[in-house]
Design a protein around this ligand. Sequence first.
Ligand SMILES: *[C@@H]1O[C@H](CO)[C@@H](O)[C@H](O)[C@H]1NC(C)=O
Ligand SMILES: *[C@@H]1O[C@H](CO)[C@@H](O)[C@H](O)[C@H]1NC(C)=O
Ligand SMILES: *[C@@H]1O[C@H](CO)[C@@H](O)[C@H](O)[C@H]1NC(C)=O
Length: 356
Amino acid sequence: MHHRWLLLVACLWVLFMLMVASKFITLRMRDPEGYGIIHQGSLTNLPDTEKIAVTEIKKLQIDSQPTAKPMKDVSHTGHIHKERLELLKNMCQNGTLLNLTHSAISKFVLDRIFVSDNHKILFCQTPKVGNTQWKKVLMVVNGAFPSIEEIPENVVHDHEKNGLPRLSSFSAQDIQERLNSYFKFLIVRDPFERLISAFKDKFVHNPRFEPWYKHDIAPIIIRKYRKNRKESRGGLQFEDFIRYLGDPNHRFLDLQFGDHIIHWVTYVELCAPCEINFNVIGHHETLEEDAPYILREAGIDRLVSYPTIPPGITSYNKSKVEYYFSRVTKRDIKRLYERFKVDFKLFGYKEPSFLF
Ligand SMILES: *[C@@H]1O[C@H](CO)[C@@H](O)[C@H](O)[C@H]1NC(C)=O
Ligand SMILES: *[C@@H]1O[C@H](CO)[C@@H](O)[C@H](O)[C@H]1NC(C)=O
Ligand SMILES: *[C@@H]1O[C@H](CO)[C@@H](O)[C@H](O)[C@H]1NC(C)=O
């Protein structure tokens, strides 16, 4: 009799403990903040007021939660970037494509690289690929300006005032140390679209009031490369420009033009991507994903955001490329491609065979 009572009490006790435990477990599951993890995807079902509340919590938790993006996206982006670096490495070893002598990195390249010592970052400038915005980002993290909005437009490219030293301004040993240990990145885009952008920006619109492009450089190219001397259209035409760029002896004029050629020489000439071990290669075409990725990898995503990207401006526009090249002869396009092939191959851009 006594034993039966004891057994019953024991059973009730176990039952009670189970109920308490299950209650506790469901409570924890309904309270994800308890674990400090909130995925953006889980916000979509909540009413708006709760969304705001959860967003507030997320802001507070920013330290324990390094990324607000769903993990899936991050690893996908990481995978793409790993593939880009592997392609670059493989292509750099292709002797048919490139004749690497592994000489010292030239002063021309060191002039293209901007330094943030505060955050140990090197950025190689590739004009016509949204570089102004990246310079602003670095000026802010260098502490020269409190925010991107407060940087006057005329200061960005003024290297006396923008607080962005060039790598070439350091001693040989300091250059080597920075190349070895800093986070290094560059941004590329489709090579032919970049040339169209350079042509428009320097020889058609010239919004930055740099008269030497139209007044000094254009006449020299026209004199040497215009086929039809009776051509009535004034100013440099795209086909003149392409004939200059595709000429195997382009260096003769390059030397006369000095550093202005940065707007149209190859990425290989600008940034020596086979000699410098870049950590990230951003693509203009995927800047929406690449910009936050770069900030994260550089460890500055909590300090600054990349400025809002206007919709549609980064995507590749095939009809624009067809339009600009429609008056260029097939022979000149092929010569141009021969010169820029290395940029297409190293960075995974498809050969524009629709032009040949
Ligand atoms: C090296 O480059 C050449 C020229 O583009 C190409 O034909 C060849 O397939 C490449 N080789 C490898 C191993 O990628
Ligand atoms: C590589 O260099 C050698 C010798 O300097 C030269 O003969 C050859 O044409 C070069 N190849 C390319 C693809 O530039
Ligand atoms: C592509 O370029 C053409 C010609 O410049 C332009 O008319 C068109 O709007 C562009 N398309 C997009 C999607 O930006």
